[in-house]
Design a protein around this ligand. Sequence first.
Ligand code: DX5
Ligand code: ZN
Length: 226
Amino acid sequence: MSAPSPVVAPSILAADFARLADEVRAVEGAADWIHVDVMDNHFVPNLTIGLPVVQSLRAATTIPFDVHLMIEEPRRWAPGYADAGAYNVTFHAEASDNPVSLAKDLRAAGAKAGLAIDRDTPIEPYLELLPSFDTLLIMTIKAGFGGQKFIPAMLDKVAAARRHAKAGHLELRIEVDGGIAEDTIAEAAAAGADAFVAGTAVYSAQDPAEAVRKLRGLAARAMAEP
Ligand code: DX5
Ligand code: ZN
């Protein structure tokens, strides 16, 4: 079986919030997913956007949405994002007391289910849950803000998850989020990641679509190496 091709997901957290539809269209044809960071000022100190914005934006583009919920009470809010047409809905392990049950609900609502692991959370307790998920998002920073420095030590979690997924023949996207750029994406891919969130690296570039293509090329090359 050939390795899946890398997914690059620009994060609109680094885009101009007054021009979100234009910013999303700027990566149409280049981006695989659009990463939408939902923060509630409780699970993380920052506050961003919620369901009404996702609903409006959904109508403005055909790119699949990768919704990253950094919120408390995901059980209450997450299914609404699946109903709004999100392709993948990821919630945090630290915020959920029954991740498997919520994953089931998200899948029943027609979305892929994602589990996110923050910087200070070990991966081991969650490995057994992975068959219930389509996506595992490993934070390579502390969740809450864009523009932070990539933490290479987080790649040990990526490697452990990839080993576990391989051994169990799981079909699992392993996504990295935080500080992903031209100088970090290859090491993340080499560790076993195959989906890459990039905010600053895409939206601070002169040509965001070109930045996405460049990142995907670097990831694909690293993933192809034995
Ligand atoms: C932060 C968010 C990230 C953020 C990444 O908590 O989850 O998705 O947008 O931004 P960069 O790519 O700038 O690190
Ligand atoms: Zn994110």
